[in-house]
Design a protein around this ligand. Structure first.
Ligand SMILES: *Cc1c(COP(=O)(O)O)cnc(C)c1O
Length: 392
């Protein structure tokens, strides 16, 4: 039995500190937006190398408020990707704007900057790239396009705490960055949580107001806001865990290297982070032909594998009214068919990674050795392949 994720293993390592922190909050009688939240905001801003951080009650709320703070309004368009968790799209819809999807790059699996400019219209207000699986999107060209067209950039860094792009931290390159502290994320609370980071004081101020009913002072509501406040217990837990995040990230990165080594020679495409990237491996995904057979083999062997994500947002029934169809985003749709996420968490043992790959090896024996990696390394032939596959 190897679970996909083991939150109890992490808790057992830091139990005395966590229990003391939670007890301190309970004893204080101060439960929402208090000293733990303020301390966490200062420390998380420093961690992200931004001037400001505002903690909220989920990653989805962080995205929603970042969009509102940036001035996104009903009727606007926001360019984003469909290879993500639905929250990215949902937050855009909450703001009243329309999500416009561009395809992802076949090697990095993040927003393809080469497709962004063609998606810009007079209504476009913002670009919202997603740092999928812990690898940051190609931010330099995205920022360059945004600056040239006067657009705001909001990073969905919900899977990318501490990730880096050319030495810069996730959340610090765009105008605003959004994080989730959902328990399974790389930095997880004991419940829901999220944060917005930014260098711009006016954006931080707007998020502060919006998350707490638009109150400047008690019962003085200057704008129409929300109840998106973070509670003290979550911040107390996060304050403890923040001391360990670098250590845990290093553990994820060395497990990913271990997987890379174990998988070499097998017909699976592995993550290929560019030289300049610090990938933080929220998810370690491979791509393979007959993915569903491999997934079944793993699950039958008691191994918690997953798919992130099996149905892209633009093909979800809930978002049918956006008007997208199968074939609109060929790379995204192919990844949804090929992706397989292997267990990865700081406490996973190298022997367990070897056991997972052992099962995959038998899955590989079952499949014709069509090397997906070949397609991946030659995006041109891969595009032709995916086009033919659609046509047939
Ligand atoms: C988890 C996640 C979110 C939403 O965060 P919640 O805290 O669950 O609301 C948004 N975007 C991405 C890419 C995520 O992985």
């Amino acid at each position: 039995m190897i679970p996909f994720l083991d939150l109890k293993a992490q808790y057992s390592q830091i139990k005395p500190e966590i229990d003391a922190a939670v007890a301190r909050v309970i004893g204080s009688g101060h439960f929402v937006l208090g000293p733990e939240v303020t301390a966490f905001e200062g420390r998380f801003a420093e961690y992200c190398r931004t001037a400001h951080c505002r903690a909220v009650n989920s990653g989805t709320s962080a995205l929603h408020l970042a969009l509102l703070a940036a001035g996104v309004r009903p009727g606007d368009e926001v360019i984003t990707v469909s290879m993500t968790f639905v929250a990215t799209t949902a937050a855009i819809l909450y703001s009243g704007a329309r999500p416009v999807f561009v395809d992802v790059d076949p090697v990095t699996w993040t927003m393809d900057p080469g497709l962004v400019e063609a998606a810009i219209t007079p209504r476009t207000k913002a670009i919202l790239p997603v740092h999928l699986h812990g690898l940051m999107a190609d931010m330099d060209p995205i920022m360059e396009i945004a600056r040239r067209h006067g657009l705001v950039v909001i990073e969905d860094a919900a899977q990318a705490h501490g990730a880096e792009y050319r030495g810069r931290r996730a959340g610090s390159i765009g105008d605003l960055g959004c994080f989730s502290f959902y328990p399974g994320k790389n930095l997880g609370a004991f419940g829901e949580g999220g944060a917005v980071v930014t260098d711009r004081p006016e954006f931080a101020r707007r998020v502060s107001l919006l998350r707490d009913w638009g109150q400047e002072a008690k019962y003085d509501h200057v704008i129409a806001g929300y109840n998106y406040r973070m509670d003290e217990i979550q911040s107390a837990v996060l304050n403890v865990k923040l001391d360990y995040i670098e250590h845990w990230t290093d553990a994820r990165r060395s497990l990913a290297e271990r997987y890379n080594a174990l998988l070499s020679g097998l017909p699976f495409a592995r993550p290929q982070p560019p030289q300049h990237a610090r990938h933080v491996y929220h998810v370690y995904a491979v791509r393979l032909e007959r993915r569903d057979d491999a997934l079944k083999l793993l699950r039958d062997a008691g191994i918690g594998a997953g798919i992130h994500y099996p149905v892209p947002v633009h093909l979800q029934r809930a978002y049918a009214e956006l008007g997208y169809r199968a074939g609109d985003l060929p790379v995204t749709e192919m990844l949804a068919n090929d992706f397989l996420s292997l267990p990865i968490y700081p406490e996973l043992l190298p022997e367990q990674a070897a056991e997972v790959v052992g099962i995959l090896r038998s899955a590989a024996a079952l499949q014709p050795s069509v090397a997906i990696s070949t397609r991946l390394e030659h995006p041109q032939s891969f595009m032709t392949w995916s086009h033919n596959r659609r046509a047939s």
